[in-house]
Design a protein around this ligand. Structure first.
Ligand SMILES: [Zn+2]
Ligand SMILES: [Zn+2]
Length: 66
C-alpha cells in the first residue's frame, strides 16, 4: 500500500491535505475546501480568502476592493 502524501493539516478544518495556501486575511494555512475565493493580481501576487474571512464583511470588502 502506498502512503498518500498528506503533508499538511489545514488550520481551519484540521483535515490533512497535500496542498495548503495561506489566507491573506487571517494568515492561516487552509486547504482547497476552505478556500472561498482567490484572485490573481499579477504573476507573483495572488490573494486567497478563506470561508471564515469571507463571512467577515470588512475582510470581504477589503478582498473585493483589491
Ligand atoms: Zn480546510
Ligand atoms: Zn482567513
Amino acid at each position: 500500500m502506498v502512503k498518500a502524501a498528506k503533508n499538511y493539516v489545514c488550520e481551519r478544518c484540521k483535515k490533512e491535505t497535500p496542498f495548503v495556501q495561506v489566507c491573506g486575511y487571517c494568515d492561516r494555512k487552509i486547504c482547497r475546501a476552505c478556500e472561498k475565493s482567490s484572485a490573481t493580481h499579477s504573476k507573483t501576487l495572488r490573494t486567497v480568502i478563506c470561508k471564515t474571512c469571507w463571512g467577515d464583511l470588512r475582510k470581504r470588502t477589503r478582498y473585493k476592493s483589491l
